[in-house]
Design a binder for this molecule. Structure first.
Ligand code: C2E
Ligand code: MG
Ligand code: MG
Ligand code: MG
Length: 282
């Protein structure tokens, strides 16, 4: 253990001397350890609310890595490193196991809290993924409809045929599917119509200016309408103020998520808020 720590420190110094190839390798080594039962990798949960009633609609699990030396490392930093190797599969499996175990614990304490999990491109395009997901659901005893799989528009467009096949198999398990960061990729309306989806999440980059910018507002309104025509639940992500929330409510967006409503929090913090019933900001 002490030796590991010293090595970690040497690596830390190496990372800060500007050798990028080395930094990536170092990160990879550290990630391997982090995924090896070290407890460094945890999940926070960010609520999604029904726009009309303010009720909790579910939560999104977001990966958090507490590195022993560097401290918090952002998902945008370590997920691309994992994605470049087969370690991503172990990571996906761990995230799903943790999220489903938590969903099960909430169910057992009488709270129905559907959990959404982000799935990377490689896991989406892995034909063994739906089978392993089925196994995890039965191991944890969580009904499929208490889970939502979020995949980005970019992931789907990497190989639409395989993505559609995988999404179909996921839906056969009763699991819901959502396109994340919608609007940032290049999917055509023709594809959106073919995709086996329950939900679209409009990317924060479109949402953030709607209270001041007419064209952003028009884009979000027409995307919401398109989603509704296709029978999808429409979620707006990244809501940071009351003015943005008001515009989204007028537009008729179904679900709302963002720092203004609730930040990502630990399972314990979320459980405390479930017990005091209201999840709306004071
Ligand atoms: P995402 O799935 O689009 O998640 C939303 C991100 O926006 C999260 O960042 C969240 O903390 C942040 N966010 C939420 N509300 C607001 C807001 O009002 N304002 C702003 N500025 N940001 C907000 P986070 O946790 O850093 O995650 C970043 C991305 O990393 C996620 O984007 C997702 O693509 C990926 N990610 C996170 N956890 C996982 C995971 O377990 N597996 C995979 N494959 N990807 C993950
Ligand atoms: Mg997401
Ligand atoms: Mg998102
Ligand atoms: Mg996003």
């Amino acid at each position: 253990q002490a030796k590991r720590r010293r090595l970690g420190f040497r690596r830390y110094v190496a990372d800060h001397t500007g050798d990028d190839g080395n930094a990536r390798l170092t990160l990879l080594g550290d990630l391997r350890r982090a995924l090896d039962g070290s407890g460094e990798m945890t999940l926070d949960y960010q609520p999604k609310f029904h726009m009309g009633t303010g009720e909790l609609a579910g939560v999104e699990a977001l990966a958090r890595w507490q590195h022993p030396i560097r401290g918090k490392v952002a998902p945008s930093e370590f997920i691309p490193v994992l994605e470049a190797t087969t370690l991503i599969h172990r990571f996906t499996h761990q995230v799903l196991t943790q999220a489903l175990t938590q969903a099960r614990a909430w169910l057992e304490s009488g709270h129905r809290v559907p959990v959404a999990v982000n799935i990377s491109t490689r896991s989406l395009l892995d034909t063994g993924f739906p089978g392993r997901l089925a196994e995890l659901l039965s191991q944890t005893g969580v009904p499929g409809d208490q889970l939502c799989i979020e995949v980005t528009e970019h992931s789907i467009m990497t190989d639409p045929d395989i993505a559609i096949e995988t999404l179909n198999r996921i839906r056969e398990l009763g699991v819901h599917t959502s396109v994340d960061d919608y609007g940032t990729g290049y999917s055509s309306m023709a594809y959106l119509r073919q995709l086996p989806l329950n939900e679209i999440k409009i990317d924060r980059s479109f949402v953030k200016d709607i209270s001041t910018d007419h064209s952003s507002r028009a884009l979000v309104a027409s995307t919401t309408e398109l989603g509704h025509i296709l029978g999808l639940t429409v979620v707006a992500e990244g809501i940071e103020d009351a003015a943005t929330l008001a515009v989204l409510s007028e537009i008729g967006c179904d679900l709302a998520q963002g720092y203004h409503l609730a930040r990502p929090m630990t399972a314990e913090a979320l459980t405390r808020r479930l017990q005091i019933h209201t999840l709306l900001p004071a």
